[in-house]
Design a binder for this molecule. Structure first.
Ligand SMILES: O=C(O)C(=O)C[C@]1(C(=O)O)C=C[C@@H](O)C=C1
Length: 383
C-alpha cells in the first residue's frame, strides 16, 4: 500500500499503543467500550455507564450528533446529550467517546470527551480529518461503508499527517451483496491493517451485524482475529431505543458477554479484566468468585512449576539460576501490572519467591536425576 508514511509500520515501529487518561489502547489488555447508539436522557446514560463499569469496560459511548441515513430520523441531542454522556462517565470513573460530524461539533466536544470518533460516513471527509489532526485527543476512525483497507489507512494518514499521532482504526462492517446482516464484518481487515500499519485496531460488531443475536460470537471472533478492543452498542431498554435498538445488547447480555471475553483474550495472549457477572454484589457471591479465582491462581502456579522442572532437566546444575531471564520476566510483568492498574510492588514481592522455589525445585530434580544415573553402576557393582 502506497503513501502510508506515518500509518505504515517500520522495522522500528511494528505496533503503537495509545494512552488516554490511564487506559492503554493497543497494549496487552483488551479494551471494551459500550453504550447506546444515541444519548437520550440522563437516566439512560447513568444506567449504561453502570453496566459498562460492571462489565469491566473502560469507555462509555453515546452519540450526540447523529449522521442518519434519513433526514427525518433522530439527529441527536447535541450539547444537552454531551452533558449527559460526560456526567454519566464521570459517575463511574469511565472515559467517554462521541462522534463528531463537522467543525462545529468537533469544537463543542473536544474539551469535554476523552476520545473522538469519526464515523464511517465521514471517513473520507478530508477537511474533518485535517481538523482532527490538529487536536490533542485520540481519534477512533471507523472504516467507511464501501472503503477499501487502503482508503481507510490513507484517511488515517490525513489525521497523522496533520499532526495528531493518536489514531485508532475501527472495523465496523462493509457493504456487500449479503442482506442477512446490516453490513458484513470484515475480520480479515483487522489482520491486514495490522500487517501494514502499526495503529491499534478495534472492532464494532454492532453496526456490522445490525442484530443483537450475532454480537457475542462476532466479538469473540474479533478478539481471536487480533482486535485491540471492542465498541459495542448496549441500551438499558433496547425496545425503546430511538436508534439501533435491534442491534443493541441488553445490560444483562453485555455483562454476560464481557464475562466470556477473558478466555478468548487469554487464548491469543491478551488479557481482559472483568470482575465477573453477579446479580448483586453480596458478600457470599463476591467470596465465591474470589475462591474460584484463587483456585485458578494455584492451578496456574502448579502448571508453572511443572514447566520450570522441565526446563531444569535441560540445564547444568551450576547454571540453574538465570538472573537475566528473571529480570526480563519481572520487567514484562511489572509493565503489565502497571497497564492493568495493579500495584507493581505486588509483582516485585511475589515473583522473587516464585523464582526461588523454582530454582530449588530444579536443583532437587537435577540432584535426583544425577543420582539415578549413578544408581545402575552402584547396583551392578553391589550385586
Ligand atoms: O527460564 C529458565 O531458565 C528457568 O529456569 C525458569 C525460571 C522461572 O521460574 O521462570 C527459573 C529459574 C531461573 O532463575 C529463571 C527462570
Amino acid at each position: 500500500m502506497k503513501d502510508l508514511k506515518l500509518a505504515g509500520l517500520t522495522s522500528e515501529k511494528k505496533t503503537s499503543s495509545i494512552e488516554v487518561n490511564g487506559v492503554t489502547i493497543g497494549g496487552k489488555e483488551i479494551i471494551l467500550m459500550g453504550g447506546p447508539c444515541a444519548v437520550e436522557s440522563s437516566a439512560q446514560m447513568s444506567q449504561s455507564a453502570e453496566t459498562v463499569k460492571k462489565a469491566g469496560g473502560k469507555i462509555l459511548r453515546g452519540g450526540v450528533f447523529k449522521p442518519r441515513t434519513s433526514p427525518y430520523s433522530f439527529q441527536g441531542l447535541g450539547r444537552e446529550g454531551l452533558n449527559y454522556l460526560v456526567q454519566a462517565a464521570k459517575e463511574q470513573d469511565l472515559l467517554c467517546v462521541t462522534e463528531v460530524i463537522d467543525a462545529q461539533s468537533l469544537d463543542l466536544v473536544v474539551n469535554n470527551v476523552d476520545i473522538i470518533q469519526i464515523g464511517a460516513r465521514n471517513m473520507q471527509n478530508f477537511e474533518l480529518l485535517k481538523l482532527a489532526g490538529k487536536i490533542d485527543k485520540p481519534i477512533i476512525l471507523k472504516r467507511g461503508l464501501s472503503a477499501t483497507i487502503e482508503e481507510w489507512l490513507l484517511a488515517a494518514e490525513y489525521i497523522l499527517a496533520a499532526g495528531n499521532p493518536q489514531v485508532i482504526l475501527c472495523e465496523r462492517g462493509i457493504r456487500t451483496f449479503e442482506p442477512s446482516t446490516r453490513n458484513t464484518l470484515d475480520l480479515s481487515a483487522v489482520g491486514v491493517a495490522k500487517e501494514v500499519s502499526h495503529l491499534p485496531v478495534i472492532v464494532d460488531p454492532s453496526h456490522a451485524a445490525g442484530r443483537r443475536d450475532l454480537i457475542s460470537s462476532l466479538s469473540k471472533a474479533a478478539l481471536a482475529a487480533g482486535a485491540d478492543g471492542l465498541l459495542i452498542e448496549m441500551h438499558p431498554n433496547p425496545a425503546e431505543a430511538v436508534s439501533d435498538g435491534p442491534q443493541s445488547l441488553t445490560p444483562e447480555q453485555f455483562v454476560q458477554l464481557a464475562g466470556e471475553l477473558g478466555v478468548v483474550a487469554n487464548s491469543v495472549d491478551r488479557v481482559y479484566v472483568c470482575a465477573g457477572q453477579r446479580d448483586s454484589d453480596t458478600l457470599e457471591s463476591l467470596r465465591a468468585e474470589i475462591n474460584n479465582l484463587d483456585q485458578n491462581i494455584i492451578g496456574q502456579l502448579a502448571t508453572r512449576m511443572q514447566l520450570v522442572r522441565k526446563i531444569g532437566e535441560q540445564k547444568r546444575l551450576d547454571r540453574v539460576k538465570d538472573s537475566n531471564r528473571e529480570k526480563e520476566i519481572m520487567q514484562r510483568l511489572v509493565d503489565l501490572a502497571e497497564e492493568l492498574q495493579l500495584p507493581s510492588e505486588l509483582v516485585k514481592r511475589i515473583y522473587p519467591l516464585i523464582f526461588e522455589f523454582g530454582v530449588q525445585s530444579q536443583i532437587k530434580t537435577r540432584v535426583a536425576q544425577d543420582r539415578d544415573i549413578e544408581q545402575p553402576f552402584f547396583s551392578a557393582g553391589s550385586k
